[in-house]
Design a protein around this ligand. Structure first.
Ligand code: ATP
Length: 505
């Protein structure tokens, strides 16, 4: 695995996985572009998720809701009021930080002084932040007095009282930029699922339990984007809202934690690097009955890859009309605008109720980062040279097969290689590349670095011009394995079955 983010960032730029967005103008902070190989890897990951959660199941429907979101959706969801992170400024350096991130980076003795000043039990950072936000004036003074360091300068700062900063991106829909035209870029894909609950139910006649799955962009104006694509302002999520009967929610919550852990392992992440973390009651969001985060050992630390929450009837209950009649258990805003009943009619009793929901919510970009980190391998070869190999699961590799003509100046060889490429592409296994840049050694090295599992070389033997004057190797090619570097010779007719076996899902 990668030992630092820096070596991943360097590889991603060098080989065309991921670039800083708007780089030629100095870059847009917290935003990245996926290059030729990054787009393939990301698509493969998303398709694997979709296949598993939509196609292979018989209790799931897909959805692709809009990014632009009606203000009332994010009003009733609670995002307008509470989707905010605590922020603090250093008056000396003018630098701004997310409070919990800043505190995590402080030396122990500084934190100790702060716990004491805020009268919070030592070690509970979550409680400390809460106490500080309840008494911001006192907290700002306490931070300065405790000598909280500014990571930018390494010096103690003069800290303002911390305050909440709402992370939603606002925009205006239509030509008039006034309050009435205000809309948001969605901060999560989930709300699009909840507000379409009745549409999907009516269109598909689903019975509980069933789920709705969605992959798409989400936007958060993070105070301190950092750690490459781990924390960014524009990212993608893969989310499921799985609707169940109240009372069956705890079973399905456990089920989805197991299911998601299993899936990440199938994608190539090792079990030792995946850590399920059950949020203690004081960390839970107010709407959640239980949340298990799947943490991953990223090169920069153990952090959240996916969250699986039991959100009870909070979401549908927040967006439904007839709230009083439905016996909602969660604490929701009184909805005065919704025109639809987002509930379920029990086919046996005829009674209406609001389903509970289990939400497995994964970050695509964090998934890509985890895959890259896990796959990154430095190997010393017998001749003392070093090679970098990206040991991605073959099905996820950006390029599945590189077809390489041994020489570029023999039309029989290059034409053969092009025809073979077209034939392999028709198998539908993903991207097959006709590779005629550089010499063969360089091509192998490059494809090791980008994780291409198989390199197929077309040579003189293939076209029936073996050195011994025979044609006995006609229509055979060499196949090189990325991980073992072993080469075998196969007839092209066998090659199809060989690749299909190793690249099928
Ligand atoms: P964090 O605590 O790390 O900010 P979160 O708990 O706010 O994350 P959720 O709201 O649970 O995250 O979002 C679900 C998933 O979306 C996360 O597990 C993560 O994979 C992804 N995600 C959230 N925020 C970001 C971000 N700024 N950049 C990249 N991915 C993100």
């Amino acid at each position: 695995p990668a030992s630092s983010l820096d070596e991943l960032v360097a590889l991603c730029k060098r080989r065309g996985f991921i670039f800083q967005s708007s780089e030629i103008y100095g870059g847009l902070q917290g935003v990245y572009d996926y290059g030729p190989l990054g787009v393939e890897l990301k698509n493969n990951l998303k398709q694997a998720w979709w296949r598993r959660n939509v196609y292979e199941r018989d209790d799931m429907e897909g959805l692709d809701a809009s990014v632009l979101t009606h203000r009332l959706v994010l009003h009733y969801s609670g995002h307008e009021a509470t989707f905010a992170d605590p922020m603090v400024d250093n008056r000396i350096t003018k630098k701004r930080y997310r409070l919990d991130h800043l505190l995590k980076e402080q030396p122990e003795e500084v934190l100790k002084r702060l716990y004491r000043a805020m009268e919070v039990e030592e070690g509970n950072l979550h409680a400390l932040v809460q106490a500080m936000m309840q008494a911001p004036e006192r907290a700002g003074g306490a931070m300065t007095a405790a000598g909280v360091l500014d990571p930018a300068s390494g010096e103690p700062g003069d800290w303002t009282p911390p305050r909440y900063f709402n992370m939603m991106f606002k925009t205006y829909v239509g030509p008039v930029e006034d309050e009435a035209a205000l809309a948001y870029l969605r901060p999560e894909t989930a709300q699009g699922i909840f507000v379409n609950f009745k549409n999907v139910l009516d269109a598909t006649s689903r019975k509980l339990p069933f789920g709705i799955a969605q992959i798409g962009k989400a936007f958060r104006n993070e105070i301190t984007p950092r750690n490459f694509i781990f924390r960014v302002r524009e990212f993608e999520q893969m989310e499921i809202e799985y609707f169940v009967r109240p009372g069956e929610d705890e079973y399905w919550h456990r089920y989805w934690v197991e299911e998601r852990l299993k899936w990440w392992q199938e994608m190539g992440l090792s079990r030792e690097n995946l850590v399920p973390y059950e949020q203690p009651p004081e960390e839970l969001a107010h709407y959640a009955k239980a949340t298990v985060d799947i943490l991953y050992r990223f090169p920069h630390g153990l952090e959240e890859l996916e969250g699986i929450a039991n959100r009870t009837d909070f979401d549908l209950g927040s967006h439904t009309k007839d709230q009083e009649a439905l016996g909602i258990t969660a604490r929701v805003l009184r909805n005065e605008h919704s025109t639809q009943r987002l509930a379920y009619r029990d086919p046996e009793t005829g009674k209406w109720f609001v389903p509970y929901v289990i939400e497995p919510s994964a970050g695509v970009d964090r998934g890509v980062l985890a895959l890259l980190a896990e796959a990154f391998t430095r190997e010393e070869l017998p001749n003392g040279e070093e090679r970098i190999v990206l040991k991605l699961k073959p099905q996820l590799a950006p390029i599945k097969v590189a077809v390489i003509p041994l020489v570029k100046n023999r039309p029989e060889i290059t034409e053969y290689a092009k025809r073979l490429k077209a034939r392999l592409l028709a198998l539908g296994l993903g991207r097959v590349l006709y590779e005629d840049t550089g010499n063969i050694g360089k091509a192998y090295r490059r494809h090791d670095e980008v994780g291409t599992p198989f390199a197929v070389t077309v040579d003189y033997d293939t076209i029936g011009q073996s050195k011994d004057g025979t044609t006995r190797l006609k229509d055979t090619v060499t196949v090189r394995d990325r991980d073992t570097m072993e080469q075998i010779r196969l007839h092209v007719d066998e090659l199809e079955g060989f690749l299909r076996e190793r690249l099928k899902w």
